[in-house]
Design a protein around this ligand. Structure first.
Ligand SMILES: Cc1cc2nc3c(=O)[nH]c(=O)nc-3n(C[C@H](O)[C@H](O)[C@H](O)COP(=O)(O)O)c2cc1C
Length: 173
């Protein structure tokens, strides 16, 4: 198959990068031609038939570099099939389902710029060993201490692989 799919992502502490890797593996098992690159390494989208873009949430938004990426490539992304995936700690809460609609709203600005065929929303994790000190991080530590956000890794790899497995028929038509 000549059609190549790009998986690209922004990630500060590795969660979203690991989701990108899992999505890549699932698509490769389906014998798709897939390339995976961090957003910063993507120069030209013209050679790809479909693009999967991932970002974590910080302060209820995609990372600035991910928002900048879709802004600066908006014209070409409009001509391609695109899927997005998002990692956030809210979806790792024990009562996460009631926040799913709010999380979808956080990525509404993304949806207005590109028109994704599918949006994966995944429980991320807080890895304090990789987060430099800041007031925001202190606030997150407090929410963990209060038992609001989980300390442990609650990522649902089955959900990630299942979402990835749903993509070929949506991205390659
Ligand atoms: C400063 C900061 C702000 C965050 N803000 C949010 C938020 O508003 N909502 C949320 O659900 N998760 C939030 N998170 C959690 C991240 O989305 C989560 O840790 C994610 O898995 C990080 O992905 P990465 O390792 O790819 O950077 C925040 C994390 C940090 C460090």
């Amino acid at each position: 198959m000549n059609e190549q799919i790009l998986i690209t992502y922004a990630s500060r502490t590795g969660t979203t990068a690991e989701f990108a890797q899992a999505i890549c593996e699932t698509l490769q098992q389906a014998e798709l031609n897939v390339k995976m690159l961090p957003l910063d390494d993507v120069k030209d989208l013209s050679g790809y038939s479909a693009i999967i873009i991932g970002s974590p949430i910080r302060k209820s938004e995609w990372l600035p570099e991910a928002r900048h990426f879709i802004q600066s490539h908006q014209a070409i992304l409009a001509r391609k099939r695109v899927a997005t995936f998002t990692a956030c700690i809210t979806l790792a809460m024990s009562n996460a389902e009631q926040y799913r609609r709010a999380v979808r709203e956080w990525i509404a600005p993304v949806r207005t710029k590109i028109n994704p065929v599918s949006e994966g929303l995944f429980a991320g994790r807080l890895d304090f060993s990789k987060l430099p000190w800041s007031w925001d991080v202190l606030g997150l530590r407090v929410t963990v201490a209060l038992g609001i956000f989980p300390k442990e890794d609650r990522r649902d790899w089955n959900a990630v692989h299942a979402w990835a497995a749903s993509l070929p028929k949506l991205l390659l038509q």
